[in-house]
Design a protein around this ligand. Structure first.
Ligand SMILES: C[S@@+](CC[C@H](N)C(=O)[O-])C[C@H]1O[C@@H](n2cnc3c(N)ncnc32)[C@H](O)[C@@H]1O
Length: 279
């Protein structure tokens, strides 16, 4: 009897029987910012497993016959724990289904996309990645704030203001250098501390900074201020998550480059030093 087992052929046969997981970026909210590939997959998948920050307009593109599974993931409130999501993706694919794992922005930018794919890879589940427009790019564009500009910023750094253990332990001296733009994801609750640290590490108190809430959506709100005044201005305007903070001289360019009117009730505030003006 031939005891030889053709492992590669066996794995290939398993894979053929298995479904596939598509890790898809939904962009920052406006459905028109979705890639064509993402839109096609949403229309034709068997099941879409989606997060809290996926815009409502994007969800409307999910085909009528496609099953939807909401797994949440608001800050400190996960409707399904990460391990549960991982297990679910493996199970759905092993049922032979075509699974879209839909995440806000780009799945590889502060989106745990890499962590979920590591589990799929370890379990031998086939997968594919469809990038999305990350919040830094989409939100800054819709706010009229270019992330780089030859006169103001030669580099741009993306950081998260919220670490796994709830702390915000960043390389402040590196972030406090001029001629760069710093974009802070998940930085709303730590905003007073972030602004204070940047000043303590060398940036001027009147350095331009902005917070954009609900960027790219009709409800977008933009507060432009300085490091000294930003946290109070954001609190005064009542901005709520999701919010992106942009720090750097490029923020001043919004005065010239703003192209999209904020909807009624979604006001824009331009604050310079102690002076607040509605735009
Ligand atoms: C868990 S991170 C996910 C980032 C996402 N993977 C991306 O590439 O944009 C969530 C954070 O992204 C930012 N964010 C996402 N969408 C946003 C939006 N429409 N407006 C403002 N900030 C947004 C906020 O800082 C929010 O707290």
């Amino acid at each position: 009897m031939n005891s030889f087992v053709d492992i590669p052929a066996m794995v290939a046969a398993c894979r053929a029987a298995c479904g596939k997981v598509y890790l898809v970026g939904a962009g920052p909210g406006d459905p028109d910012l979705l890639t064509l590939r993402a839109a096609r997959l949403l229309a034709h998948a068997d099941v879409v497993v989606y997060d809290h920050l996926v815009g409502p307009g994007v969800l409307e593109l999910i085909g009528a016959d496609v099953e939807r599974v909401y797994v949440g993931k608001e800050r400190s409130r996960h409707s399904v724990p990460q391990e549960g999501i991982n297990t679910m993706l493996v199970r759905l694919a092993r049922e032979g289904r075509s699974v879209v794992r839909l995440k806000g922005g780009d799945p590889f930018v502060f989106g745990r996309g890499g962590e979920e794919l590591q589990v799929l890879a370890a379990e031998g589940v086939p997968f594919e990645v469809v990038p999305g427009i990350t919040a830094a790019c989409g939100v800054s564009s819709y706010a009229g704030i270019p992330l780089t500009h030859r006169d103001h910023a030669q580099s741009c750094t993306f950081v998260t203001g919220h670490l796994k253990d709830g702390s915000c332990n960043l390389d402040w001296p590196a972030l406090a250098r001029p001629r760069q733009t710093v974009v802070i994801y998940m930085g709303l609750s730590g905003l007073p501390d972030i602004c204070a640290q940047l000043v303590a590490n060398g940036l001027p108190a009147d350095w331009p900074a902005a917070v954009v809430a609900n960027g790219t959506l009709e409800s977008q709100q933009v507060v432009c201020a300085t490091l000294a005044t930003l946290a109070a201005a954001v609190a005064r305007e009542g901005l709520a998550s999701p919010c992106l903070t942009i720090v750097g001289e490029v923020v001043k360019l919004r005065d010239e480059l703003v192209w999209r009117a904020e909807a009624d009730g979604a006001r824009t505030t331009a604050t310079t030093s102690n002076n607040t003006a509605q735009v």
